[in-house]
Design a protein around this ligand. Structure first.
Ligand code: AQP
Length: 334
């Protein structure tokens, strides 16, 4: 069966971008057609300035949200990255495979390093893609369903897998990214030239970021106040009219019809488009929020899922990571 791996960082509250770009496909498609693992990648959350209690709380919340969104632990493996040592073990070999130059060229490193400058840029922010490559390669992953912003890291992962295999023999499957046809990059509602992101919410008061747990009225307010572009007609043009294009993308993705340009023709004004988008998002998120409230009342259940998930993940990762250790020349335990 196709092997799928993907993850989400507990750096903030999950957003509509995370949902439309990644999580919804994991729930609706990947878990049914593949042998899939979904991970709260908590080690990645330590690459930027962090508060320990907050990361712990957000890790649990992210795991609970993945289940609330509909991941079924009977079908797929849901776990927390730091519970499975193989990720860090393999990450070191990836650091020994990658070059400093290619790490520095990563867009996410450049953007986040610029942001973190005052606090001091952590070395782990530079080596982040090595850990991400390990996350993916440890499981023999074929496909990595991600939003567009992560596609560059999956490309690097492919390069590292090919390079490692060429040098040391074939240990890794070469994975590919899969990006959704619409809403692969949901933009901030207040700043539609920037990605809607978890940490962006902290920077600008959060008015442009819809969180999965936002109350319906908060969702409506944020969508109704979304920045639109000059002009009044509704056209789909991501470069010239990014605010309106973003609303059309979100609405098309919510409706699952995949045609934002076609939708544009149905609207004569921004107001109607915003109203319909707001309601579509409210209805999309309603069941997730409700189910989250139920699951959050039963932390023992979530802990049990994560414990079993980690156990299963460890069993899947260990043989390949051991093989990689041996292939590079490390002496196996006698
Ligand atoms: N705006 C987005 N549109 C579509 N997909 C997105 N993803 C993230 N933002 C969007 C996808 O969601 C998955 C998990 O994302 P992540 O946890 O790696 O990244 P993030 O939400 O962007 O969180 P950061 O990096 O902690 O926050 P920022 O960017 O605000 O600094 C991934 O598949 C991602 O592609």
């Amino acid at each position: 069966a196709t092997r799928v791996f993907s993850g989400v960082q507990p750096t903030g509250h999950l957003t509509l971008g995370n949902y439309l770009g990644a999580v919804r496909r994991w729930v609706d498609e990947e878990q049914y057609r593949a042998n899939a693992l979904f991970c709260v990648v908590d080690l990645h959350a330590l690459t930027v300035e962090h508060d320990p209690a907050r990361v712990r709380r957000l890790s649990r919340q992210a795991a609970t949200l993945l289940l609330a969104a509909g991941l079924d632990p009977e079908r797929c493996t849901v776990f927390v990255q730091s519970h499975v040592d193989e990720h860090v073990r393999l990450s070191y070999l990836m650091e020994c495979t990658a070059g400093v130059g290619e790490m520095r060229r990563m867009v996410q490193f450049k953007e986040k390093a610029a942001r973190e400058e005052a606090a001091g840029v952590r070395l782990s922010l530079l080596t982040y893609p090595a850990l991400m490559a390990a996350d993916i390669l440890a499981y023999g992953t074929d496909e990595v369903p991600v939003g567009e912003d992560q596609a560059q890291h999956v490309e690097l992962t492919r390069d590292l897998a090919v390079r490692f295999n060429r040098r040391y023999g074939r240990v890794f499957v070469v994975p590919r990214a899969s990006v959704p046809p619409v809403a692969a990059r949901v933009m901030d509602l207040q700043d539609p030239r920037s990605k809607m992101g978890k940490t962006a919410a902290l920077r600008n008061g959060g008015a442009g970021v819809v969180h999965l747990l936002d109350e319906p009225d908060a969702v409506r307010r944020k969508v109704m106040r979304a920045v639109t572009d000059g002009g009044t007609d509704v056209v789909y043009d991501r470069d010239e009219r990014p605010g309106v294009a973003n609303l059309l993308d979100v609405l098309a993705a919510c409706r699952g019809d995949g045609d934002p340009a076609g939708l544009a023709e149905a609207y004569g004004s921004y107001g109607a488009l915003k109203r319909d988008t707001a309601e579509a998002v409210v209805e999309l998120l309603r069941p997730v929020r409700e189910r989250h409230a139920e699951l959050a009342a039963d932390p023992g259940y979530v802990d049990g899922v994560l414990r079993a998930g980690a156990e299963r993940a460890r069993g899947m990762a260990r043989p390949r990571v051991d093989a990689a250790y041996e292939a590079v020349g490390l002496l196996p335990v006698g």
